[in-house]
Design a protein around this ligand. Structure first.
Ligand SMILES: [Zn+2]
Length: 260
């Protein structure tokens, strides 16, 4: 007999996503997969202390604050995922071994070890599916309306990973469609002020990522993944400064790439 479990989220817990500028007129379309660090109360603290749950392993520090300001500046639709990536990582394919990761950097996540199929499914149903269903619905509606869409997925990275310091302030990540990414790289390098990563500190692949392969490549939408270093955007003033910068770069790069 297949085990079934009740819904993961209690009636008083927030949905798995929040939206800003639902009617934003811009072609730019923002997603933030690792915006939140909330854990559904049914999962306790996943066996981690509050200190661990505030670290980068639980969420993308500062990314939601940057995206929110960017969306306001550009009058663009934005969607942010509410729950910690440790509950279920919304930028992984369902088959990925790190979809519900039992280890992150050097931290074991006891609440993610030895999950039953039903427990895994419960997380997917509560968080992953509604978040992605909302993105799909929005992209479908824009396509039906003949509205152009340029996907920008916003992330942040830890300044030090496994003891190695990362030199970049910002990373421009892309996979098969590099139109916007290459235009951004040219523009940012031309300013002469930034150490910018070209598919650094990560690269995008079909097996390690979801948004770019599924919404960019499969739907044929121009796209880029932005990664900003967390120490620069941990506080509101840094988030505002980076949002200002990126809000200037995106339309220029989009025009240079012939997308606007
Ligand atoms: Zn991220």
């Amino acid at each position: 007999m297949t085990e079934t479990l009740p819904p993961l989220l209690a009636a008083d817990e927030p949905p798995s996503y929040s939206i800003e500028n639902a009617h934003g007129a811009s072609p730019f379309f923002f997603t933030c997969d690792h915006a939140g660090r909330r854990i559904p109360s049914a999962l306790g603290d996943l066996g981690l202390g509050e200190r661990e749950l505030q670290r980068h392993i639980a969420w993308d520090i500062g990314a939601a604050g940057v995206m929110s300001r960017l969306a306001a500046r550009l009058d663009a639709f934005a969607i942010a995922q509410t729950y910690s990536r440790l509950v279920v990582d919304c930028n992984r394919p369902l088959e990925s071994p790190t979809l519900i990761t039992p280890h992150s950097e050097r931290t074991d996540v006891p609440g993610n070890e030895s999950l039953s199929a039903a427990q895994r499914q419960q997380r997917i149903d509560a968080v992953f599916r509604p978040y992605h269903a909302r993105i799909e619905a929005e992209l479908d509606a824009r396509r039906s309306a003949g509205r152009p869409t340029i996907l920008v997925t916003v992330h942040s990275f830890t300044p030090v990973y496994l003891d190695v310091a990362r030199p970049w302030q910002v990373g421009i990540l892309y996979h098969r469609d590099a139109r916007l990414a290459h235009a951004l790289l040219r523009l940012i390098r031309a300013e002469g002020e930034w150490v910018v990563g070209d598919n650094e500190p990560y690269s995008v692949s079909d097996t390690s990522d979801y948004a770019i392969p599924v919404y960019g490549t499969q739907r044929g939408l121009a796209n880029v993944e932005l990664e900003i270093r967390q120490d620069l955007i941990a506080e509101a003033d840094g988030q505002a400064a980076w949002a200002e910068r990126v809000a200037a770069w995106l339309p220029k790069a989009g025009s240079a790439a012939g997308l606007l």
